[in-house]
Design a protein around this ligand. Structure first.
Ligand code: ADP
Ligand code: MG
Length: 377
């Protein structure tokens, strides 16, 4: 596989960067506070803007004119004032004066549609391109895969770090290597579990994901979130893991609400009307042991509905284990990272990835559309 060009390679290719216009695809998809009246949103957390500064400053320090571009929220391929880049632009103006920011890329249907016309408008007047948007690099969108076909291109510092850490997990695993998976949607993550079985030694499953696995084991789940149409896939995964001699750890106790809606603790069989919202304390302790004994851990997806304090303790216990273990620890996923930050443990893990889907896909495939484009594969 060809090497991915770095900023240094770009400088070598373009010569003096002074006065050159460099398009930087950033991930400025910041969390927003959207007012009820449909007016312009405000930024809740500017970490994604700050994360792009090393790359931006490296370029501006060499005299380059930097033009940044990002998507924000989920506009439907047309201008939507709720997702205007204005609040990001004003914060960027404070952090990196003089740096330009294009309008929300997803205001144009050509972005997600990867239209050649849209790519042409992006690279018009541009001398070089840098991708620093790890969180969007698993999408073959115009701003991710288009520019490298037209102008000298490189990965930015943030993308470089993400690739180094996640490919390190995949290609140089320290064993036992454990994946901890949770969150709400099983169907999104089943493909990942299958691929991860080839890479990791053990998989720990919490969150709403565990209930579809319970169904596959013939256990009733009450009214918990589950995906009955995925039960067979879960059965097959359990069988495959057993065949490969790999352990899938499922919770054996659950916290949630009973049929009357009152807070309750259960074993791993939930009666009619009961809803599981978190792994129970016994499971949290068992999962902690697995994490403490590991030498590498990748975590994606909260263990429960941690936004509700009553159902945060499974996620909190696992987050604490991630902080305490001597293992090399990586956390990916917007909600998982938010949970870690909420418990003030984000500085206690080895790496917090800025990409959820992108980190899973890089672990799974060892490559991403955005990386392929930079290598001109
Ligand atoms: P990430 O963003 O880290 O990839 P996901 O988006 O997959 O994670 O899932 C996060 C969401 O899953 C959270 O909003 C959380 O409330 C929800 N969740 C976790 N466990 C449960 C559960 N048992 N029932 C309902 N929702 C759950
Ligand atoms: Mg999420």
């Amino acid at each position: 596989m060809a090497e991915i060009p770095t900023l240094e390679d770009l400088e070598q290719q373009l010569g003096d960067l002074s006065g050159k216009r460099i398009l930087v695809r950033t991930d400025f998809n910041v969390p927003l506070d959207e007012p009820e009246d449909g007016g312009p949103a405000t930024i809740v957390d500017d970490f994604r803007i700050k994360a792009a500064l090393p790359t931006i400053e490296w370029l501006t320090g060499r005299g380059a004119n930097v033009v940044t571009a990002s998507h924000l929220g989920r506009p439907k391929g047309e201008p939507d004032p709720r997702y205007s880049m204005d609040p990001v632009r004003s914060r960027l103006g404070e952090l990196a004066p003089g740096v330009e920011l294009l309008e929300n890329l997803r205001f144009d249907p050509g972005e997600t549609g990867n239209s050649p016309e849209f790519v042409a408008t992006l690279v018009d007047g541009i001398d070089g391109y840098v991708n620093d948007a790890f969180g969007a690099s698993h999408r073959a969108h115009a701003s991710i895969v288009g520019p490298p076909q037209h102008v000298p291109s490189a990965m930015g510092r943030l993308l470089e770090k993400e690739v180094e850490v996640l490919l390190g997990l995949r290609n140089k695993p320290k064993r036992p290597f454990v994946a901890v998976l949770g969150g709400a949607k099983v169907s999104d993550k089943l493909g990942v579990i299958e691929a991860l079985l080839d890479v990791v030694d053990e998989i720990v499953i919490g969150g709403a994901m565990c209930f579809t696995f319970f169904l596959a084991q013939g256990k009733p789940v009450g009214a918990s979130l589950s995906e009955p149409d995925q039960v067979e896939v879960c059965s097959a995964l359990l069988a495959k893991a057993a065949e490969m001699g790999k352990t899938i750890h499922l919770p054996d106790d659950i916290t949630g609400t009973d049929a009357q809606g009152n807070f309750a603790q259960f074993g791993s069989r939930l009666g009619e009307g009961a809803i599981g919202y978190d792994i129970g304390p016994g499971s949290a302790a068992a999962f902690t042991d697995v994490i403490m004994d590991a030498r590498m851990v990748f975590w994606n997806g909260p263990m429960g509905m941690f936004e509700d304090e009553r159902f945060a303790s499974g996620t909190k216990t696992v987050a604490q284990a991630m902080a305490d273990t001597k293992a090399f620890t990586v956390v990916g996923g917007g909600d998982s990272a938010a949970a870690l930050a909420q418990f003030k443990l984000d500085d206690e893990v080895s790496h917090v990835s800025t990409g959820g889907g992108a980190s899973l896909e890089l672990l799974e495939n060892g490559d991403l559309p955005g990386l392929k484009a930079l290598r001109n594969d």
